[in-house]
Design a protein around this ligand. Sequence first.
Ligand SMILES: Cc1cc2nc3c(=O)[nH]c(=O)nc-3n(C[C@H](O)[C@H](O)[C@H](O)COP(=O)(O)OP(=O)(O)OC[C@H]3O[C@@H](n4cnc5c(N)ncnc54)[C@H](O)[C@@H]3O)c2cc1C
Length: 464
Amino acid sequence: MLESHARRLKDAPHGPGPVVYWMHRDQRARDNFGLLYAQRLALTAKRPLAVVFALSPGFLGAGLRQYAFMLKGLAEAEAILASLRIPFFLLCGQPPAEVLAFIRQHRAMALVTDFDPLRLKRAWVAAVTADAPCPVASVDSRNVVPCLVASDRKEYMARTIRPKIQRLLPGFLVEPPALLDHPVPWPGGHPENDFAAALARIQADPTVAEVSWCRPGESAAREMLDTFAAERLPRYAAGRNDPNAQATSNLSPYLHFGQISPLRVALAVAGSAAPLDCREAFLEELIVRRELAENFCWFNPDYDTPDGFPDWARRTLEKHAADRREYLYSLAELDAGRTHDPLWNAAQAEMVVTGTMHGYLRMYWAKKILEWSESPEAAQSAAIALNDRYQLDGRDVNGYTGIAWSMGGVHDRPWAERPIFGLVRYMSFGGAKSKFDLAAYIARQLGPGAVPPALRRRTRAPEA
Ligand SMILES: Cc1cc2nc3c(=O)[nH]c(=O)nc-3n(C[C@H](O)[C@H](O)[C@H](O)COP(=O)(O)OP(=O)(O)OC[C@H]3O[C@@H](n4cnc5c(N)ncnc54)[C@H](O)[C@@H]3O)c2cc1C
């Protein structure tokens, strides 16, 4: 099973030292195929095993909110690893240089790392692979059916990747092996990592504050999963598109930071007692849609520019480039939630304050930015900047793909032609009004005073 998740990136002579697992995307001790693969190499060769994480400042627009969440999760991973006698080294600096220095210093037998489609991560891994003095392997622990096993090409729609994933799924939807107490000790003591000092040192932007609704770490992720499976999953099929229904999992921050394995989530949901339509609807999002996003970013390095849009969408947006925009907002106005649309302002406020936004509103939010921007380029770059700045789960393949879906027809089909959008699917305030209680949502985010009079319910006078 581990083999199907792994790809050898470099063959070279083994060094005489430990096996090193370079964690960057899958930030957990449990259910981590990269770590399990590294441990298996180490056990076979009777070598010590070490985990390294290189903390780089200014990562893709992340601020204090995201760095603090990540470092608290890493502190928990360190504790679990220590209980299994596996040292965790928190390095600080440019990841390729830090990791190369570490494997050279310890004359590593082999280096194992995480699979990640993002350009920056691919550049890091390529730089380390080029100069590593030992074999290097990358392991996909982010996809239930590994991205490059599911498909060897760019998929156009969910319906093209779905049958490929479904055919392979039974072979991958199985309990992963457990990480073992590592029998070969690390020579010397374990490092004393100071996570709080590391956080202070990178000077993350403090204006994006930490949030309290979502506690970081593997245990909190597991609790969120258990609560979801017991309480919200049974409402998922009917309620997932209603931002007031509290029917979705809220697992995306944990999935984004790799604090929980998608396989663990899929196994819990598949084995739950929730109605079949709820289990199926959730697994479609968690596996098919999420893995379609991985496929998009892996096979399309232009995942964050209009060059990544399909031809029909680029052409239609070009045709409508000069259409009159009734409203035009700057990035600062969008950031401050100062538009004429109370629903959009409420969604923006939810993201700024809580670091999350309901999935239905993410689509609406992004499409309105397209409608109110000078060009698709400006719209896409504003949406990415805001998404990556405020969302706990930002800087993720799902975000780049979701924005490209909303603005550039990625994985979608042409719809009826209209101004600005051309054939790209449109969403309106009226459409949202017919789907859920806008007044309740706006009041929750911005206070009752922000609800426009037209949305206020007429309260009947109490009967005499
Ligand atoms: C404009 C836009 C921006 C987005 N930005 C992000 C982002 O920055 N980070 C992020 O993780 N997701 C993003 N998404 C995808 C999706 O909206 C979120 O993953 C979801 O709302 C997270 O809430 P949840 O965990 O409660 O979802 P649930 O409904 O409980 O779904 C479970 C998991 O399935 C996956 N999933 C759900 N919907 C999608 C989808 N449409 N595409 C791919 N995977 C999906 C996610 O991993 C999610 O955590 C974006 C979507 C759009 C349209």
